[in-house]
Design a protein around this ligand. Structure first.
Ligand code: 13P
Length: 255
């Protein structure tokens, strides 16, 4: 089973729609056709920049894929300030990040909410990038595997095994996000392996095809070591995705 590598830039709450046009164009100038064969390249701008990014991608026939950072699970209705799956799908969004630790910690998203969002994304024909990860306290207490395993199980509850095999799960230890402290490649590889084996427990053969990414202070200097791990299929990149030169160096990690 070959899994295509995937490197996604999560821009978080950065970049206006004007910035996004430049960022996508600059990134495309720095990538060769071969790069897209080796890695699926995804950018996840804020909602307000999706339409502009989509326009650049379609006008210039770029192979960069579009992702969103969040979604609501309802189809439509009186949910002031929220964005529905179909609104994203109509913008040619391919991936939607669900359950990012910033959503869980700052906006109170529970596993139950994450599960609803994940299912809504799948029903609209897009692919969720499900984020899981432990806090520093949980890691120090020796609970990293049990916490992450429980998040994977709860977030995927009720999803059929075949569908699970097509999903993307990002292991992002919270203590490594935006701190410059990356998990060691060995630890990251072990935890991504644990995510994969948990998928095996709940969805059998899906463990072979589900793609598992590592996220947390990924940069051009540490990506190659991470990608060398058997169970790591790519990265979810925050800060280092904001500068197109730096992000291109992450994507071209073998160079
Ligand atoms: P940083 O790469 O800035 O640590 O962010 C990681 C992240 O949260 C990606 O979703």
């Amino acid at each position: 089973m070959t899994r295509k590598n995937l490197i996604a830039g999560n821009w978080k709450m950065n970049a206006t729609h004007l910035d996004a046009i430049q960022m996508v164009q600059k990134l495309s100038y720095r990538l060769d056709p071969d790069d897209y064969e080796r890695v699926e390249v995804v950018v996840c701008p804020p909602f307000t920049a999706l339409r502009s990014a989509q326009t650049v991608i379609e006008t210039d026939h770029l192979r960069i894929r579009l992702g969103a950072q969040n979604v609501d699970w309802h189809e439509s209705g009186a949910f002031t300030g929220e964005v529905s799956p179909v609104m994203l799908q109509k913008l040619s969004v391919s991936y939607v990040i669900v359950g990012h630790s910033e959503r869980r910690q700052l906006f109170g998203e529970t596993d139950e909410v994450v599960n609803k969002k994940l299912k809504a994304v799948i029903e609209s024909g897009m692919t969720p990038i499900l984020c899981v990860g432990e806090t520093e306290e949980q890691r120090d207490a020796g609970d990293a595997e049990s916490v992450v395993g429980a998040q994977v199980r709860a977030s995927l509850a009720g999803v059929d095994p075949e569908t699970i095999g097509r999903l993307v799960i990002a292991y992002e230890p919270i203590w490594a996000i935006g701190t410059g402290r990356t998990a060691s490649a060995d630890d990251a590889g072990d935890m991504c392996g644990h995510v994969r084996s948990t998928v095996g427990d709940i969805a059998g053969g899906a463990y072979e095809s589900v793609r598992v990414l590592y996220g947390g202070s990924v940069n051009p200097g540490n990506i190659a070591g991470l990608m060398a791990k058997r169970d790591i299929d790519g990265g979810l990149v925050g800060g280092a995705s904001l500068d197109p030169d730096t992000f291109a160096s992450v994507i071209r990690y073998w160079v």
